[in-house]
Design a binder for this molecule. Structure first.
Ligand code: GRF
Length: 203
């Protein structure tokens, strides 16, 4: 599996994926490129330190379709067959989704469909739910609305703040993203409606 990762920021989920591919926790895979839409993204340097090729494709006032076309072309040039969004702060155009059908994943810091969009951890905190978590899902045309691949629950503690909660969710994100990608590349699955159903290996 040739994996491309899209980032906009610090890239801690990206780092978890890079390490997991290196130590074969994610089997038969290679991270072939990390693309950022921000030249200042901290994750770029980390990717380079791990020997992963990086590319910056900034928006610079381009229309979304045009910007996405550049990214699609870079991913296709590297023969990417799985795109992992890891803190990539833009919605993808329909053309992007069509270029990689059922091949784009995202990680979101809440139990979707609750609290989509920005600041999901604070949204959950303010709402007063007792449990939140993180979700790995396929990316479709909507906002954090694609079919769910894996989720992990994180309790909200009495003495939590949005920051302490975000930190505990992030720890679980790193594990969940690795587990979900490892499962996708090594196990057969089918999608029935919105349900992503993994087959037992014996089948
Ligand atoms: C993570 O919380 C992720 O769930 C969300 O954006 C954040 C990115 O963090 N989509 P990082 O860049 O992976 O550290």
């Amino acid at each position: 599996m040739r994996i491309g990762i899209l980032i906009s920021g610090r890239g801690s989920n990206m780092t978890a994926l890079i390490k997991a591919v290196k130590n074969c926790e994610i089997p038969n895979s290679e991270i072939v490129i990390v693309i950022s839409d921000k030249a200042t993204a901290g994750g770029l340097q980390i990717a380079r330190e791990h020997g992963v090729e990086t590319l910056v494709i900034e928006r610079n006032g381009k229309r979304r379709a045009e910007h996405d076309a550049e990214i699609i072309s870079a991913l296709k040039t590297k023969s990417v067959d799985l795109v992992c969004l890891a803190g990539y702060m833009r919605l993808l155009s329909d053309d992007f989704i069509k270029a990689f059908p059922w091949q784009i994943l995202n990680i979101h810091p809440s139990l979707l469909p609750s609290f989509p969009g920005l600041d999901a951890q604070s949204q959950a905190f303010e709402y007063g739910v007792k449990f939140t978590g993180c979700t790995v899902h396929f990316v479709d045309e909507g906002l954090d609305s694609g079919a769910i691949i894996a989720q992990r629950v994180v309790p909200i503690l009495e003495d939590d703040t949005p920051d302490t909660l975000s930190a505990r969710i992030l720890e679980q994100e790193h594990r969940l993203y690795v587990e979900a990608v490892a499962r996708l590349v090594s196990q057969k699955y089918e999608v029935k409606g919105r349900r992503v159903i993994f087959k037992l290996n014996a089948q």
